[in-house]
Write a protein that binds this ligand. Sequence first.
Ligand code: ADP
Ligand code: MG
Length: 255
Amino acid sequence: MKIVAVANQKGGVGKTTCCINLAAELGRAGHRVILADLDPQGNSTSGLGIDRGAVGRSVYDLLLGEAPIADVLLETAWPGVSLLPATLDLAGAEVELAGAMSRETRLRRGFEGIDDRADIILIDCPPSLGLLTLNAFVAASKLLVPIQCEYFALEGVGQLMRTLELVQNYLNADLELAGIVLTMQDQRTRLSREVGDEVRRQFGSLVFETAIPRNVRLSEAPSYGKPIAYYDASCPGAAAFSGLAQEVKQRWLRP
Ligand code: ADP
Ligand code: MG
């Protein structure tokens, strides 16, 4: 089983959009996927069509050690995709865990014993490098970083890399930077192309060939609680996520 933290402390760069649609595409391809929503905003939860108000046990309970993962996992309407949902109380978890024993390893422990239930876990991280993201970094073996093709795209990436190094040195030697995905690319603008080129120059083959285009259908789909493949399978955003999922399979899920 592969555990992937999808992280970038910048907000609005496409973390959640990547999580929802990668999960759905990999599920469609026959893989068993768990999406762990570690963002108190719960956009992955609602974006998969789960009513947050109706959620019982959540990732919060998993982190606090108050429920086993089997009690938190929810089936979704999308083939192959299960969810560890986020509820509003997750916002308090950082503070509640701050003084707790083994506060950085709670998620890793929560995942124990789940090996036979999934091929891949995608962790949707909040837009910060706080304790929730740290828990994702300790639980994961792969870090996937979405980078938005806009001004200041690389701002903060240095800090993210330093955090990765600290985690590798002190908490989880298995964690590797495993992929970068360019998001919200607009091939018509020079800026977007330049940012893409710069990221590829800096990170080489770590950058997935498939870039996610800016596509309004991708921003509409979550309000219907649907991954893009089930909202509008013929739009450019759907094609891009299908391509990205192919690459993820090739790189990470080959038997
Ligand atoms: P993050 O999880 O990093 O905060 P999101 O995935 O929630 O980022 O994306 C931020 C906003 O941009 C959301 O409203 C989302 O629907 C929209 N968005 C994300 N990717 C795209 C895209 N490729 N094209 C158009 N809108 C997008
Ligand atoms: Mg998000």
